[in-house]
Design a protein around this ligand. Structure first.
Ligand SMILES: NC(=O)c1ccc[n+]([C@@H]2O[C@H](COP(=O)([O-])OP(=O)(O)OC[C@H]3O[C@@H](n4cnc5c(N)ncnc54)[C@H](OP(=O)(O)O)[C@@H]3O)[C@@H](O)[C@H]2O)c1
Length: 150
């Protein structure tokens, strides 16, 4: 399928995870309003919960919400503040309820192919990559989809 004919410009796969939620927050806050994007993962219920938590936690300091590595949290807070200062707070409370959900499990090749052929770019944040990262790369290659991970 021609990339231009695809339904989405970006799909965030692994949207229920730590980095997946951050990516969704970023796209919802700073992405163009006409960006066609979707979130993906293996559980519809967890994806719907992730949408709600991203809306609830957006704007809350990473130091408060994550309780993880303090240096990493401070860097994320500083990065977000720098972006806000440059572009203004386009969407202080990101709305994700309208964002479509795509179901794709790393253990189900057909679901990976079905996901990758719907989008121009796949942002792969499902992990660990050593366990779930190989088949999705093959699916992206097979469907001619741009692929990006961390
Ligand atoms: N966190 C970091 O700072 C960091 C830095 C560099 C690289 N990375 C790498 O980035 C990746 C994501 O990291 P993370 O910290 O965001 O991980 P995480 O919070 O543990 O999230 C893992 C994600 O992978 C999904 N997943 C697991 N098995 C799956 C399967 N069979 N099919 C589809 N989805 C599946 C999970 O979905 P469910 O909700 O359904 O379980 C969840 O969305 C990892 O490979 C990690 O090594 C992370």
């Amino acid at each position: 399928m021609q990339a231009a004919a695809r339904e989405y410009q970006v799909i965030v796969w692994g949207a229920t995870g730590f980095t997946g939620r951050l990516a969704c927050e970023h796209l919802a806050r700073y992405g163009r309003s006409d960006l066609k994007w979707a979130i993906a993962g293996r559980s519809r219920a967890r994806l719907e919960e992730a949408k709600q938590s991203v809306e609830r936690l957006s704007g809350v300091s990473m130091k408060v919400r994550a309780g993880g590595d303090p240096d990493c949290c401070e860097r994320i807070d500083a990065w977000r503040a720098r972006i806000d200062a440059r572009v203004g707070d386009i969407q202080p409370v990101p709305r994700l309820q309208h964002v479509p959900v795509v179901i794709a499990d790393a253990t189900d090749r057909a679901s990976l192919a079905a996901m990758t052929q719907q989008t121009k770019v796949l942002l792969s944040l499902a992990g660990p990559y050593a366990l779930v990262g190989t088949e999705v790369v093959a699916a992206a290659v097979g469907t001619g989809t741009h692929y990006c991970d961390m």
